[in-house]
Design a protein. Structure first.
Length: 386
């Protein structure tokens, strides 16, 4: 539906409204949203507020980027990948009810999706899982905790899981929003970050007395990746959640942890009610060579060997002798050098030109001549397809 068709539809249904009034309201909405949202999308929102059905279908509904969301929008549609699922909780007050939420990401940013009461059944039933693509239609936005925009699911909202007209490859996996532990800095104090790492050291759980004389819980552990390590502090109900998954050498995913800088211990990550955590399961999504960027970790790739591996031994900075096999790969989007280290070197040494291989859980770095290369690590798998 064109802009003119939408205006004509509004005028025909509401003859008491003039074209000038519509134009003035559109101008006001564009000013309020700082011009981030297109005219046709705003007109659809205005029409919806006036009780008109200006949507043609779910697949043609104007979709907003997460970064363009501002508070007080109605009839909003977003598409993204589910990053984290927060299970329903019961609350008591003037009204009793249930609340649950998701974190959903597109290429631009992450947003919290908030569900109330019977809509929480979507999560409780297991219909929504991390890693799936979701389309949220007819939602509305509010300012949430810390001034961040949230998208709320109301009675008129429609939720589609894995829509057939949406390409999953266009939506990032967790790695897109993950911060390397070694990159966490003091200027991120009180900001929230997402990390993936290995649990290295556990400390006993402690209890403490709150001001209202109730008891709270606190747990500490150390999380590490290949760039560094950082203490993590979990509070209260998150301690109970962690007890089901936490043990040494487990890979853990922590989404929206708060960075704290303490006088005694320096930088820490604090896990509270707004944080998601759970055992990390690498995605099976495969990237193309043209998608690879420096620093990407836990990536999967299908490619063809174009230069036979060269097997050699090198001395590391720790003065250890390790084997490495270097070879070139290609797919339909480009070429890249690969380095297989240690136990993977001998497996790669038998590869032949033309072999099709699958690499899982590898990472991308800058190699010789500052060129990108894909490299194995301890838990990388290398398989010859044919």
């Amino acid at each position: 539906m064109t802009i003119e068709q939408m205006i004509e539809q509004i005028l025909s249904k509401h003859p008491e409204i003039s074209r000038g009034e519509i134009a003035e309201r559109l101008k006001t909405e564009m000013h309020r949203t700082n011009g981030f949202i297109s005219e046709d999308t705003l007109l659809r929102m205005i029409g919806a507020d006036l009780g008109l059905d200006t949507q043609e279908s779910s697949s043609t509904t104007p979709t907003l980027s997460v970064k363009d969301l501002v508070p007080s929008l109605s009839d909003v549609t977003v598409v993204g990948r589910v990053v984290a699922v927060f299970q329903p909780k019961t609350f008591n007050g003037k009204r009793n009810g249930r609340i649950a939420s998701l974190l959903v990401a597109d290429k631009s940013d992450m947003v919290r999706i908030v569900m109330w009461n019977e809509r929480t059944n979507l999560i409780e039933s297991g219909d929504i899982k991390a890693g799936q693509i979701v389309r949220i239609c007819h939602g509305y936005t509010k300012e949430g905790r810390g001034g961040k925009v949230e998208l709320h699911i109301g009675e008129k909202c429609k939720v589609e899981m894995n829509p057939p007209d949406v390409e999953p490859k266009n939506y990032p996996t967790m790695g897109r929003f993950t911060t390397k532990i070694g990159k966490i800095a003091c200027d991120q104090k009180n900001k929230r970050v997402t990390v993936i790492g290995t649990v290295k050291k556990l400390f006993p759980t402690s209890t403490f007395e709150r001001q209202d004389s109730s008891l709270g819980k606190v747990m500490r552990f150390t999380l590490a990746d290949r760039t560094g390590e950082i203490p993590v502090v979990a509070w209260n109900e998150k301690v109970d959640e962690l007890q089901a998954v936490l043990k040494e050498n487990v890979e853990l995913q922590i989404v929206e942890a708060k960075v704290k800088n303490t006088m005694e211990r320096g930088l820490e990550l604090h896990v509270d009610s707004g944080t998601y955590l759970g055992a990390f399961v690498p995605d099976d999504e495969f990237l193309k060579i043209s998608d690879l960027q420096q620093g990407l970790a836990r990536i999967n790739l299908k490619a063809e060997v174009v230069i036979k591996p060269l097997l050699r031994e090198i001395r590391t900075f720790k003065k250890e002798i390790v084997s490495v096999a270097s070879f070139e790969l290609k797919d339909e989007t480009g070429k890249i050098w690969a380095s297989a280290w240690g136990k993977h070197a001998s497996a790669a040494g038998g590869l032949k030109v033309g072999d099709r291989i699958v690499l899982k859980n590898a990472y991308v770095r800058k190699g010789f001549g500052d060129q990108l290369e894909i490299s194995t690590r301890e838990n990388t798998s290398l398989t010859v397809v044919y």
